[in-house]
Design a protein around this ligand. Sequence first.
Ligand code: TYD
Length: 131
Amino acid sequence: MQIKLIPLQMHGDERGSLIALEQDKNIPFEIKRVYYLFNTVEGVRRGFHAHKNLSQVVIAVRGSCRFLLDDGKEKINLLLDNPAQGLLIESAIWREMYDFSEDCVLMVLANNFYDENDYIRNYDDFLKTYG
Ligand code: TYD
């Protein structure tokens, strides 16, 4: 499956911690968009889509949430709970996010602008194309 956990170097001392994200360095693409999810509601599941052509890196900068990742052939569940870890999700992967902690802040970097036409929001359509 076209996913990868990217270790992010943490610069920490007695004043606190700092992590830098750099295009084509620890983030393996051109960063065109950054968005973040917060005020998520416990028990609510979201995502339910794949992208035709988009790479994203997701970081739980605070708190945690679980991911279901599915390339049409295989499903993977993973917990994202470490701000020093980036989850790279390439195109054509169905994702659902759930079990958000109350304090969860998920930051997402993407290699393109928001484009609703790039979304596949129907799971059967996803399976027809990629399954
Ligand atoms: P949505 O795709 O439903 O979020 P999720 O996949 O996390 O469940 O997006 C929620 C709303 O935000 C929807 O109306 C589209 C809008 N949106 C943007 O305007 N720009 C963006 O970059 C993103 C990701 C979403």
